[in-house]
Design a protein around this ligand. Structure first.
Ligand SMILES: Nc1ncnc2c1ncn2[C@@H]1O[C@H](COP(=O)(O)OP(=O)(O)O)[C@@H](O)[C@H]1O
Ligand SMILES: Cc1ncsc1CCOP(=O)(O)O
Ligand SMILES: [Mg+2]
Length: 268
């Protein structure tokens, strides 16, 4: 049963009236689909990452999201400036540690970003298990583990870091180390469409911008919206190629009351 307040639907309706500005430092693969996801949901995305401007921009964005998917050295200073500016301004920032376990470079940069205390971490099960110090079966950017295998890592990470951790997959799990929730829905087509996880991370940032003091509720709202929109888009899609258009349409069309009626959230 959903006992989360504000509810995902209330937060979605607020999104449409407040149109939060979200600074998304995301990878080359994700930039276009992530921007479209935020526009459809009612937020205003800006893919601003250069070292010369990332900190300044974070000063007036409502939230920052940082994704290491197509990392290279010249991205790192901008990421750190944006995270530091978000922290200085009391704004939430979200980390997506894409395939951080894959190379020494990614591990090093992820540990430097973790030291800047993300408000929320969103990853697939393999990423969250490895971030908690465990073994995982991730291959490249894709998960090889079920969400259930990452729940203990997520809880420990949330407690150690004092942040919200979201694990996504067939089922999603969110915890702030004290409270936890599971979200059902979505579609098996979703992991076959690239960068939907990265786009979801940006959407988490959009909801967090609306309620900076309630990152647990904001994260659940983003995951619930993806779960309902994904399920409904899959019902009219015949595969990955025909999924994206109805998915964006659903993100744009779904009203708050419908999300609250259809979202399958259980608190633990
Ligand atoms: N097998 C599945 N069934 C339903 N939804 C899924 C499935 N796999 C992933 N999703 C959904 O796809 C979105 C992206 O999650 P995920 O694939 O875990 O991220 P990533 O792309 O970072 O690996 C989330 O909304 C998640 O709930
Ligand atoms: C394919 C790929 N390669 C580097 S980043 C990226 C996109 C990953 O997107 P997601 O984590 O949402 O699957
Ligand atoms: Mg990912």
């Amino acid at each position: 049963m959903n006992t989360i307040t504000p509810t995902p639907g209330q937060l979605l309706d607020m999104m449409r009236t407040t149109n939060p500005l979200v600074q998304c430092i995301t990878n080359y693969v994700a930039m276009n689909i992530a921007a479209n996801v935020l526009l459809a949901a009612g937020a205003s995305p800006a893919m601003v990452r250069a070292e010369e401007e990332a900190g300044e921009f974070a000063g007036y964005a409502g939230a920052v999201t940082i994704n290491i998917g197509t990392l290279s050295t010249h991205w790192i200073a901008g990421m750190k400036k944006a995270a530091n500016a978000a922290n200085a301004g009391g704004k939430p920032w979200v980390l997506d540690p894409v395939a951080h376990y894959a190379t020494a470079f990614r591990r090093q940069v992820t540990s430097e970003l973790m030291a800047l205390k993300p408000t929320i971490i969103r990853g697939n099960a393999s990423e969250i298990m490895a971030l908690g110090g465990g073994q995982s079966r991730g291959h490249g950017v894709d998960s090889g583990d079920p969400t259930s295998a990452a729940e203990n890592s997520a809880l420990a990470l949330a407690q150690q870091q004092g942040c919200v951790v979201a694990v996504t997959g067939e089922e999603d799990f969110v915890t702030d180390g004290r409270r936890s929730a599971r979200i059902q829905g979505g579609s098996s087509i979703m992991p076959k469409v690239t960068a939907l996880g990265c786009s979801l991370t940006c959407l988490v940032g959009a909801f967090a911008a609306i309620r900076p003091a309630e990152p647990f509720e904001a994260t659940i709202a983003a995951l619930a919206l993806f779960a309902v929109a994904g399920e409904e888009a899959a019902a009219v899609a015949s595969g990955p190629g025909s999924f994206s258009a109805p998915f964006l349409d659903k993100l744009a069309d779904l009203r708050g009351a419908v999300i609250d009626a259809k979202a399958r959230i259980t608190t633990a």
